[in-house]
Design a protein. Structure first.
Length: 251
């Protein structure tokens, strides 16, 4: 069956690796993000394999989300059956008493409200086109808090709750809902969290072999390529060197 996916946060890391893997497997892709040059480059690369279109919007901007989805041609609107809610990031790593309220806003607005806006905008297409599947990027951080994780943790606990709720509410509509819960993945995630501080970002991954974005793309592709009657509800994928949000084996 021909599949078409709408992937948020495809300009980097897990979203970009997922767009590539989907395209290599013949899945047409709508790629989204805010960095136009990266969207252009990925569109050019993947259009050699499948149909691709790029949408530039900030998931925190409710009107922009709906306008972007509405701007798709009928061809796309009549074929999208997979939504990968991947866009998201951590902003800061600070104890609750020291943390910046703007960082709290960015995480709640992006990781939670952004996911809700995109889901509400794309869901009518999934319902119309059949064989619908929503894949949400949760995290081990959405199952276990860690010191200074506070609102990032809260945003991913929300993704966990929203994923469970979607699975119940969409059951009778025939939509599958998968939550992928990665551990430490080496992407631009830490560079964003530490506001461009490369040294601090590198410390996150020092002395252990973190997951790659491709490892998580594999998990996402596994979930969306099961037989129609199989629903992968949740998948936590950790590096061998991680046991919890607080237990790492470093050299
Ligand atoms: P990256 O920072 O490499 O990628 C994040 C992507 O999200 C980028 O494409 C970015 O695009 C997009 N994005 C972020 N904020 C917005 C926004 N407001 N509007 C639109 N797009 C946005 O991180 P990862 O690939 O690691 O993260 C992807 C997902 O995986 C996130 O939800 C993250 O929480 C989750 N995750 C990551 C883990 C890790 O260790 N890396 C572990 C567990 C979960 P652009 O800047 O162009 O808008
Ligand atoms: C990202 C994983 O543990 O760095 O969700 O918060 S962690």
């Amino acid at each position: 069956m021909k599949q078409t996916a709408f992937i948020t946060g495809a300009t980097s890391g897990i979203g970009q690796a997922t767009a590539r893997l989907f395209a290599q497997n013949g899945i047409d892709v709508v790629i989204t993000g805010r960095r136009q040059e990266r969207l252009d480059a990925l569109e050019e690369e993947l259009s050699k394999l499948v149909k691709v279109t790029a949408l530039n919007f900030d998931v925190r901007d409710r009107a922009a989300v709906f306008a972007a989805v509405d701007s798709l041609s009928d061809g796309w609107k009549n074929s999208i059956n997979i939504l990968v809610n991947n866009a998201g990031d951590a902003h800061g790593l600070a104890s609750f008493q020291d943390a910046d309220l703007d960082d709290f806003d960015a995480m709640i607005d992006g990781n939670v409200k952004g996911l809700l806006y995109v889901s509400k905008a794309v869901l009518p297409l999934l319902l119309k086109n059949g064989n619908g599947h929503i894949v949400n990027l949760g995290s081990i951080a959405g199952k276990q808090v860690y010191p200074k994780g506070n609102v990032y943790n809260a945003s991913k606990f929300a993704v966990d709750a929203i994923s469970q709720a979607m699975r119940m509410d969409l059951l009778q509509e025939g939509i599958k809902v998968t939550e992928i819960e990665p551990g430490l993945v080496e992407t631009e995630f830490s560079l964003v969290r530490f506001k461009g501080d490369q040294e601090k970002s590198d410390e996150t991954y020092a002395g252990l072999e973190a997951l790659t974005a491709e490892d998580i793309a594999d998990a996402i592709y596994y979930a969306i390529s099961r037989p129609e009657h199989v629903q992968v509800a949740e998948m936590m994928v950790l590096p061998k060197a991680q046991a919890s949000t607080r237990d790492y084996k470093r050299d």
